[in-house]
Design a protein around this ligand. Structure first.
Ligand code: PGA
Ligand code: ZN
Length: 427
């Protein structure tokens, strides 16, 4: 039984305020969780409540959300069974009363939702990934393949490149420990390669290098050189994923501004460009290749390259069941990025993963570009059998916390590494 909810304002990896919540049960069990925050956000995401008071943290304070958790949410959850995650989350949804949790703030609701799961796990003497597995009603577990930011641009790196992220996936690893070692080699080689070319080695928001290359092909070539420099085989040991984050390139007239290339592209030209990359490079996954409301162009992109590569909707689907259902209906994409804070509750996120899997869509549990030390997403990825996880590079402590949690989970459950079979649309 939930006896107390206590929230506070803490800071994320960009030094911006975010919500942390503590939940205590009548038997003394305790759970704590904090929530991340994105920069390249989709319009349909659950609502992150910010104070808007320009005198503190430039309006980004979350004291209103914290107050809602401490008053209304605490009162509504008092006495509920923490093991009944769906019931707890539903109680918060109906208390809020808006579709995007705009009144209480999805940041407050999600922090409490995850803290409840942690408290229940403590009470049941379960590891958190087991709690997630039970809520998801699954039998097996698997260790997800990491998708790791190596070269970054877009809103995560001062728009130094048009495309937001070029990521490495160690698909041939034998375990998470092995995968992390491969990532470490690739990430170090990225710094060395940038240095050798006289390019900046500064960190982007998700721990990648931000070399400011003029075109996507330049970045893909550099990804190949980095992999080789690490002593690994591109297209075999390590394959490439891309997050275009095209919504942040889109102009009011619907065209896409490729500023570094000095041109704009329409949806057909974007599709051609992406298809060319898939043809010429070991690109196995493309996220947000087109804008978040470009549904018919998305369907065309899916028809053209969806059988050869994974096409992932992030800003497109925003971890929302209705948007994913529309995607499935209209044959748009074949994978979904899963961000709990786009959805707003833990059970809603777990249900979305099940919905995607039932439709044959790939599922990639993802961090945000502003993270805390909370490593919940690692337990979510393993317990939900998502198969893939997108965390960020092996650099900042908020990111490394998630990899370290994966190492602990692997030690605890020795679940098999999902490997290349977790990807949809591969040749
Ligand atoms: P965000 O970026 O957290 O800034 O939204 C992550 C992504 O686009 O995948
Ligand atoms: Zn994205």
């Amino acid at each position: 039984q939930i006896s107390a909810v206590r929230a506070r304002q803490i800071l994320d990896s960009r030094g911006r305020p975010t919500v942390e919540a503590d939940v205590t049960l009548a038997d003394g069990s305790f759970g704590r969780a904090s929530v991340p925050s994105g920069a390249s956000t989709g319009s349909a995401e659950a609502h992150e409540l910010r104070d808007g008071d320009a005198t503190t943290y430039a309006g980004l304070g979350v004291l209103k959300a914290v107050a809602h958790a401490n008053s209304e949410i605490a009162a509504a959850l008092a006495g509920l069974d923490a093991r009944e995650q769906h019931k707890v989350d539903l109680a918060m949804r109906s208390l809020d009363g808006t579709p995007q949790l705009a009144r209480l703030g999805a940041n407050a609701v999600l922090a409490v939702s995850i803290a409840v799961a942690r408290a229940a796990a403590a009470s049941l003497r379960q590891p958190l990934f087991e709690r997630v597995r039970e809520i998801a009603g699954l039998s097996g577990l698997s260790m997800p393949v990491p998708m790791v930011n190596i070269l970054s641009g877009g809103l995560h790196a001062g728009r130094g490149m048009d495309v937001q992220d070029f990521l490495a996936m160690p698909v041939r690893a034998t375990s998470i420990a092995d995968a992390i070692h491969i990532i470490s080699r690739v990430r170090n080689a990225a710094t060395e390669e940038a240095r050798a070319r006289g390019l900046p080695t500064l960190l982007a928001d998700e721990g990648g290098v931000s070399p400011g290359l003029p075109s996507g092909r330049d970045a893909l070539e550099m990804m190949l050189r980095i992999t080789e420099r690490a002593g690994l085989k591109p297209g075999d040991d390590v394959v490439i994923a891309i997050d275009v984050a095209a919504a942040s390139l889109q102009q009011p007239d619907g065209s896409y501004a490729l500023t570094r290339e000095g041109r704009t592209a329409n949806a057909v030209e974007m599709t051609e460009m992406l298809a060319g990359w898939v043809r010429d490079y070991p690109v196995v996954s493309i996220e947000d290749g087109l804008g978040e409301e470009d549904w018919s162009a998305w369907a065309e992109l899916t028809q053209q390259v969806g059988h050869r590569t994974q096409l992932v909707g992030d800003d497109l689907f925003t971890t929302h069941p209705d948007r994913l259902a529309r995607g499935v209906r209209e044959r748009v994409a074949n994978g979904v990025l899963v961000k709990a804070n786009q959805n707003g509750t833990l059970s809603g996120t777990i249900d979305l993963i099940a919905q995607a899997k039932a439709a044959g869509y790939a599922t990639i549990v993802s961090a945000r570009s502003g993270e805390t030390e909370d490593a919940f997403m690692s337990d979510l990825a393993v317990g939900s059998g998502a198969g893939q996880i997108k965390i960020g590079s092996l650099r900042t402590s908020s990111t490394v916390a998630k990899y370290n949690q994966l190492l602990r989970i692997e030690e605890a459950c020795s679940a098999p590494y999902a490997g290349i079979s977790a990807l949809v649309g591969r040749p």
